[in-house]
Design a protein around this ligand. Structure first.
Ligand code: ASP
Length: 342
């Protein structure tokens, strides 16, 4: 008899498991029992499904590096026993957590699917039921006796995306996520259609390597018309600051005024790594296109090409903890290590 696939469901919190607090009338996360009660379908799967819950469950605004490491350790602990992992997580910072996990888990050979919902599971029109059921099916799917999607992914409404390519863009509709610079890894309707050409499959038989450290001495700087030199100066002089993700205009452009470029140059000289990503959600930074981009390049800014801000900032934290060597850091930050960049 064929062995049943086994899936570990990791519940961290988020709207999917929330209820209205009788005290305040606000949505607050409650324990997994709430989801299990609302989803008797879970026992109808012909799968071996086990659950671990974060205690207390969190709104994802409370998630950060400690929780990412905890998730990575949970996957490491259960990696051999399960065929796939589904992580229930709030949508607000899901793209950050999925990006972080993609970097922390090297040589991943099994699916890690993040999902959640826009409406709590206890509401009649909830999207949580569909999202959870399909995520479990995807996590258990195989092609040629191997996992169909051995990647860290985000599944929402009817699309499966590479996690480190996603951004939450919609507060209201059920299709909360987009991956503007990379095609979906699967689309679901009556069938689950996998986009096999877009999925990364591991080469050889490498063992999973789980990293347990990130360095969050970083900042995100969004350029805007009217930005002041004092703001740049204060930010770049933050104690222990090691890297900055700079969100620039269009193809990677920013002011060329001498006060602006000089703040950048001083920061680069002090060893702060500045990575250029675009405020546009589609397309790539190209610092050779306009003079305004070229000046940044000459000042020592590194291109983040088509990375999302979520991928860039979590990758920077990851690399800063693993790679003290500045040259190596500058070369790794703008080359693809987990399919996060073109
Ligand atoms: N605030 C919630 C969270 O991120 C939103 C959601 O889950 O959709 O935890």
């Amino acid at each position: 008899m064929q062995k049943k696939s086994s899936i570990l469901l990791i519940y961290t919190g988020g709207t999917i498991g929330m209820e209205l607090s009788p005290k305040t009338g606000n949505l607050i996360p409650v324990n997994f029992g709430n989801i299990a009660r609302e989803m008797p379908e879970l026992v109808r799967f012909d799968l071996d499904i086990k659950t671990v819950s974060f205690s207390p469950p969190l709104d994802s605004s409370e998630m950060g590096p400690d929780m990412w490491i905890r998730l990575a350790l949970t996957i490491e602990e259960h990696y051999d026993r399960f065929d796939g992992f589904v992580i229930l997580h709030g949508t607000d910072t899901m793209a950050y957590s999925a990006s972080a996990l993609s970097f922390l888990l090297e040589n991943l050979g099994k699916p890690v699917i993040f999902t959640g919902s826009q409406l709590p599971i206890g509401m009649l029109r909830t999207d949580g039921r569909e999202n959870l059921i399909t995520s479990i099916e995807i996590a258990a799917s195989e092609i040629n006796d191997a996992p169909a999607v051995p990647e860290v992914c985000v599944f929402f409404q009817n699309k499966l995306f590479r996690g480190n390519r996603t951004t939450k863009y919609n507060v209201e509709y059920f299709n909360a996520f987009r991956s503007e610079n990379y095609p979906p890894l699967a689309e679901t309707g009556i069938n689950i259609e996998f986009n096999y050409h877009a999925i990364n499959y591991p080469y050889g038989d490498h063992k999973l390597k789980v990293y347990k450290e990130v360095d969050n001495n970083v900042a995100i700087l969004k350029i805007f018309p009217g930005i002041k030199g004092t703001l740049l100066n204060t930010l770049f002089n933050t104690v222990n600051l090691k890297g900055v993700i700079m969100e620039t205009y269009g193809a990677g452009n920013a002011p060329t005024a001498s006060w602006f470029i000089s703040e950048i140059e001083k920061a680069v000289e002090r060893g702060i790594l500045i990575v250029n990503v675009s405020q546009c959600t589609t397309g790539s930074v190209d610092m050779n296109k306009y003079n305004t981009g070229k000046r940044l390049q000459e000042a020592g800014v590194v291109s983040g090409y088509d990375m999302t801000t979520e991928a860039a900032v979590t990758k920077l934290m990851f690399l800063l903890a693993q790679t003290p060597n500045d040259k190596e850091l500058r070369s790794l930050i703008n080359s693809s290590i987990r399919g996060e960049i073109k």
